[in-house]
Design a protein around this ligand. Structure first.
Ligand SMILES: NC(=O)c1ccc[n+]([C@@H]2O[C@H](COP(=O)([O-])OP(=O)(O)OC[C@H]3O[C@@H](n4cnc5c(N)ncnc54)[C@H](OP(=O)(O)O)[C@@H]3O)[C@@H](O)[C@H]2O)c1
Length: 331
């Protein structure tokens, strides 16, 4: 079975790719540059082994360039959409790097490309949409996504989800909680401050609750969902780690794992908004007001449905997962 992974070079997509390969699947890794994808994924053991076995291939395709997508989706059994715009959550409308343009419209473009490749005409007058052999569509969404949510990131992903649900394809949507791991851009950035600051800064009071999930568990769940087609079709599932924690507790756990003592510095959100309003004009837009809200939103997963489907799946506790990669880098 060949799985197209859109966003295969990303934090989440590379974990999904590695776990699929470790389970024996063939993966077509999609990014805007196949050369970059080859170089990024080539650093992982599972990918190097699969390359040697001919199970890992690469395709250059851009979600915002519909003409590049049909060749990416042709001949695969599963499509996993795990891409988002570069630099998220700091939107850069001038470059088209926005939730609406990439996360929503890009997902819709991918669905359109599947239609273009797989729609079939019957012997009679009608069209048969998606005959057998059409790919399943798995979407990596976010735990805070809701129809009524006012935030742009939630609206964009809700609309992408709705397009998937109405596509006629077999589909599964997995709404992940905030994820962490060796390659994440969020927790690692905050932790890096403790390398040179006597405190750990964070926006807000740090009391919003979430169910932080280890990125390896995201890879494991997608691989389970690919295998369990019948059981997961038509489901919107929630994925989180096993603990409900505040951001304060998450950072204190990270400090404990690193055996560091640092007080947390709570930067009021209005101050963060002013910082974001200024820093959005710096090269690379390191912070925007919207990113301040995004980073302090929390989000708790209800694990009931996932547990029912995969009773043997036990996501890792934060402390245990952090201990697999933090000590070597930070102590
Ligand atoms: N990180 C989390 O904690 C978390 C939690 C819940 C849900 N999610 C969701 O998971 C998804 C992936 O997040 P992530 O953190 O893994 O993102 P990421 O590390 O920023 O990776 C983004 C990926 O998207 C690809 N990409 C960007 N623009 C593209 C385009 N125009 N066409 C095709 N590919 C494009 C990038 O590939 P190239 O640069 O190689 O083209 C890259 O592989 C997002 O939808 C995010 O909302 C993430």
């Amino acid at each position: 079975m060949t799985v197209l992974v859109s966003g295969a070079t990303g934090f989440m997509g590379s974990a999904i790719t590695r776990h699929l390969l470790a389970a024996g699947y063939r993966v077509r890794a999609m990014g805007r540059s196949a050369e970059r994808a080859r170089s990024v994924l080539g650093s992982f053991n599972e990918c190097r082994q699969a390359l040697g076995e001919g199970r890992l291939t690469f395709v250059s395709a851009d979600l915002t360039q519909p003409q590049t997508l049909p060749s990416a989706v042709a001949g695969v059994e599963v499509v996993i959409q795990a891409a988002q715009f570069p630099g998220a959550p700091n939107e850069d409308p001038g470059k088209g790097f926005t939730y609406m343009n990439v996360d929503r419209n890009g997902t819709m473009n991918l669905l359109e490309a599947i239609s273009a490749v797989y729609w079939a005409r019957t012997a009679g007058p009608g069209l048969v949409r998606f005959p057998s052999g059409s790919p399943r569509f798995l979407y990596l969404s976010g735990i805070t996504v809701r129809e009524e949510a006012p935030e742009r990131w939630n609206r964009a992903k809700w609309q992408a989800e709705e397009a998937i649900r109405g596509s006629g394809l077999d589909w599964t949507i997995i709404r992940s909680s905030w994820a962490y791991g060796p390659g994440d851009a969020a927790l690692n950035t905050i932790i890096r401050y403790s390398d040179f600051l006597p405190m750990m800064p964070l926006f807000g009071d740090g009391e919003e609750k979430s169910t932080p999930v280890f990125v390896e568990d995201v890879g494991r769940v997608f691989t389970l969902a690919v295998a369990a087609a019948n059981a997961t079709d038509g489901l919107t599932l929630q994925l989180g780690g096993p603990e409900i924690m505040t951001m304060n507790e998450i950072l204190r756990t990270a400090l404990a794992v690193m055996r560091r003592r640092r007080p947390l510095l709570h930067v009021p959100k209005p101050v963060g908004h002013v910082q974001g309003a200024l820093m959005q004009f710096l090269p690379g837009r390191p912070l925007t007001p919207m990113a301040v809200d995004f980073s302090s939103q929390g989000g708790v997963a209800d694990p009931t449905a996932l547990r029912g489907l995969f009773p043997d799946f036990e996501p890792m506790r934060l402390r245990d997962a952090l201990a697999t990669y933090l000590p070597a880098r930070r102590r």
